[in-house]
Design a protein around this ligand. Structure first.
Ligand code: KDG
Length: 306
């Protein structure tokens, strides 16, 4: 059985680490894949659900998950489509993503792909706005997985991960609202929520989320400024930690994976959020979404200094 089963789209990553220099560091991305790798590095038992193409990139991703200890029994190889990829470039406003993913293998996921029964064997199901944005059939697959999870008593975790290149804001708001009401753990970022709600302050944003039907725990991520944990009774701020950041790609995914891993290992919510906040900060110190994901000893060392 698994602590975390995640569902979404993995991507090959090409990261331009020096602006203007035509060289790209090859790595891996895809928010939900990043999150399970982060969780696995923290000691959680994880599985990933997706489709990859019958191509070299799909094989590389399968090798990555195996090397990271992530179960691939729920990964289908789709000979009719390619594995998606993206480029990361760095500008004055931070990182910029360019996607090459339309009609990718993962976007062809169907609810019938879930027949393996892995969702029901998890403690947490992890899905995201991106998992739902990539196509209508992937969106249906996410809602089917949520239905299976709820029927089996598996807790549903949703990361907002709003990518407005992938879907229009009105559709994103309607679908995310629907999904928020079905979550046990909702992980929005303040940036994403500003697009959805128009609110600029955390407490009005959390009120909007509760009005949308969120019943369980909500952790509103404030980037460098930390996070606010709302457990339904109390709201408390967790301060951001200062580190020398070079690339924030995947920091939110590291937060999600680390948080669920620590919950699965028995931490109280506030301790798990503090841990996830430190892990996410460390993940910004290297380029790419996966390579800089920290190990527990690094996270503990930062927490001890904080
Ligand atoms: O959170 C980081 C991800 O956004 C990145 O790895 C690429 O999954 C990705 C996406 O769809 O933006």
């Amino acid at each position: 059985d698994f602590d975390i089963v995640a569902l979404g789209e993995p991507l090959l990553e090409f990261n331009q680490t020096r602006p203007g220099v035509p060289e790209f560091l090859q790595g891996y991305g895809g928010d939900t894949s990043n999150a399970v790798i982060a969780a696995s590095r923290q000691g959680a038992r994880c599985a990933y659900l997706t489709r990859v193409g019958a191509d070299a990139f799909g094989e590389q991703l399968l090798a990555l998950w195996r090397a990271e200890g992530v179960d691939t029994g729920g990964v289908l190889v789709d000979a009719q489509a390619h594995t998606g990829l993206y480029f990361v470039q760095h500008g004055p406003q931070g990182h910029v993503f360019s996607y090459m993913r339309r009609d990718s293998a993962a976007s062809r996921m169907q609810p019938g792909d879930l027949a393996h029964g892995l969702v029901q064997r998890a403690r947490f199901l992890h899905v995201s706005g991106i998992s739902m944005a990539i196509s209508a059939s992937a969106c249906d697959t996410v809602f089917a997985a949520i239905g299976l999870a709820r029927a089996a008593g598996v807790q549903v975790c949703l990361d907002s991960n709003l990518r407005l290149r992938l879907w229009p804001v009105d559709r994103a708001r309607a679908i995310l609202r629907e999904a928020i009401g079905l979550t046990d753990v909702f992980l929005p970022s303040m940036d994403d929520m500003q697009h959805l709600t128009g609110h600029e302050d955390p407490s009005r944003t959390l009120d909007w989320i509760r009005d949308a039907g969120a019943r369980g725990v909500v952790v509103l991520k404030l980037g460098k400024s930390g996070a606010v944990l709302d457990d339904g009774e109390h709201r408390r701020a967790i301060v951001g930690l200062r580190v020398a950041s070079v690339d924030a790609t995947g920091a939110g995914d590291c937060f999600a994976g680390s948080l669920l891993a620590r919950r699965a290992q028995g931490d109280a919510w506030a301790d798990a959020v503090r841990y996830a906040n430190a892990a996410a900060a460390l993940s910004t110190q290297g380029y790419g979404a996966v390579q800089p994901l920290p190990r527990p000893e690094d996270v503990r060392a930062l927490l001890a200094r904080a």
